[in-house]
Design a protein around this ligand. Structure first.
Ligand code: ZN
Length: 440
């Protein structure tokens, strides 16, 4: 169990990290140096040697290693990104880079959820171990990364490419997007359901660029070779396509466990029907039953009476593990002979076993501090740094525990306006994370 100092530090560190603006606008524009130096100082202070690694100036990553007590154990990676998405101060109730704590016990700012709170929990945990002379069972590699909110080129992607040696012996990793309280309404007995979804897989990213070429000409003339019409038809087909259900082992496990909580008999032949009976928990699985492709950007033309030669579009596609070939074949078909498509950015989908000792240890850690809580596996609809580390053979889990009150709106606040975290929820997360990391 962490000490009182750690419970204070996790709050201070979250607040101070938020005050270091690490906005990442993509395209290589970012600056994580200040936050990285902050993390190094907190680790060094606890006797943990930490190195800053940069692919480009100011795009800083931090890596450190803590030896475990079991010499035969595989190492466990625990990682958090230091960058945050932009925030418009004018839209917020409290300044997004203030790290202010209000009377209602909320700590405000960009990164409060995604994911400076987890970074702070990692630091507070390690420092409490140093004070108490605790060593975890497994060796633990800590990584704080740059550039997760863009392509990870300067962050986890760079670390996996250029510093693989730092991750030697790591077989599994934990990071963001799981282990928080999800309030699922009531079960059949009228009890409040506190669900803790733990990430055990991610859909792969498939950002696409579509291009149609035609014959340019006057808008008043007959033109069967109109690039805009060809592209628009393909985009409409993509938008309307109903992708078939493809149940991965993680999604199947999620459906099984959630169905049990709601007293529903799962029907894998009718996954949509089963999901519809899971109340609020439907949102934990509905986006991961199938591949998806949503048109998001259209570009063509410059004047109403000119038929342009080119038209292009962008599509946000996501692929489930095992359904990548199907994704590509379907896009070929939907685009047809007149429209070319290509991957603009692509990452592989991930699956992680839910019957592993590590998954069991995450469940146990949650139950130790919320005995009535229900940790369940889920597949993340989008991606994290875990994909980059998967290139090193590291199986990634989403586990950055936080205790959240009902009506909190986690999904709306992460990357949204007025991002904040309850101080008590942060302390709950610290207790759970410390417990898990010690025993895993
Ligand atoms: Zn994040």
């Amino acid at each position: 169990m962490v000490d009182a100092q750690a419970l204070d530090e996790v709050v201070t560190f979250t607040s101070e990290l938020i005050r270091i603006d690490t906005t990442n606008r993509g395209g290589g524009d970012g600056n994580e140096r200040g936050a990285a130096e902050y993390a190094v100082a907190k680790l060094t202070d606890a006797g943990v040697e930490a190195a800053i690694l940069e692919k480009a100036p100011m795009r800083s990553n931090v890596v450190a290693r803590i030896e475990g007590t079991d010499p035969g154990a595989d190492a466990l990676l625990v990682h958090g990104h230091l960058d945050v998405v932009p925030a418009e101060a004018a839209d917020w109730s409290v300044h997004p880079f203030s790290g202010e704590i209000t009377d209602d016990g909320m700590l405000w700012g960009r990164g409060a959820l995604d994911m400076k709170s987890m970074d702070a929990m990692i630091l507070a945990t390690v420092r409490s171990w140093a004070r108490e002379g605790v060593r975890p069972r497994r060796p633990i590699v800590i990584a704080f990364t740059a550039d997760e909110e863009a392509s990870a080129e300067y962050g986890a992607g760079y670390l996996a490419d250029a510093h693989a040696d730092k991750f030697a012996g790591c077989t599994e990793g934990v990071s963001e997007s799981g282990g928080f309280t999800f309030h699922g309404g009531t079960d059949t007995g009228g009890n409040q359901l506190r669900i803790y979804p733990i990430g055990a897989g991610e859909r792969g990213t498939a950002w696409l660029r579509l291009a149609a070429r035609g014959t340019a000409g006057h808008g008043s003339k007959a033109n069967p070779d109109n690039a805009v019409s060809k592209l628009a038809a393909a985009v409409a087909r993509i938008g309307a396509h109903e992708w078939p259900v493809r149940l991965t082992p993680t999604v199947r496990a999620a459906l099984t466990e959630l169905s049990a909580l709601y007293g529903v008999e799962p029907d894998f032949g009718d996954a949509d029907g089963t999901v519809a009976r899971l109340g609020p928990a439907a949102q934990l699985v509905e986006s991961t039953l199938r591949n998806s492709a949503n048109p998001t950007v259209l570009q063509a033309g410059y004047k109403v009476n000119v038929i342009p030669e080119h038209a292009s579009a962008e599509v946000d596609g996501r692929m489930l593990p095992g359904a990548e070939d199907e994704f590509a074949a379907t896009l070929d078909e939907l685009c047809g002979p007149d429209v070319r498509w290509e991957f603009q950015h692509r990452t592989s989908p991930l699956g992680a076993p839910v019957d592993s000792p590590t998954f069991a240890a995450m469940r146990e850690a949650v139950r130790r501090f919320d005995p009535e809580g229900h940790p369940v596996p889920f597949c993340m609809s989008g991606g994290t740094d875990a994909k980059q580390f998967a290139a090193l053979g590291i199986t990634g889990y989403g586990f950055s525990p936080l205790g959240l009150p009902p009506e909190f709106g986690y999904g709306r606040l992460a990357h949204g306006v007025d991002e904040r975290v309850p101080v008590e929820g942060l302390r709950f997360g610290l207790r759970v994370l410390d417990d898990f990391l010690r025993r895993a």
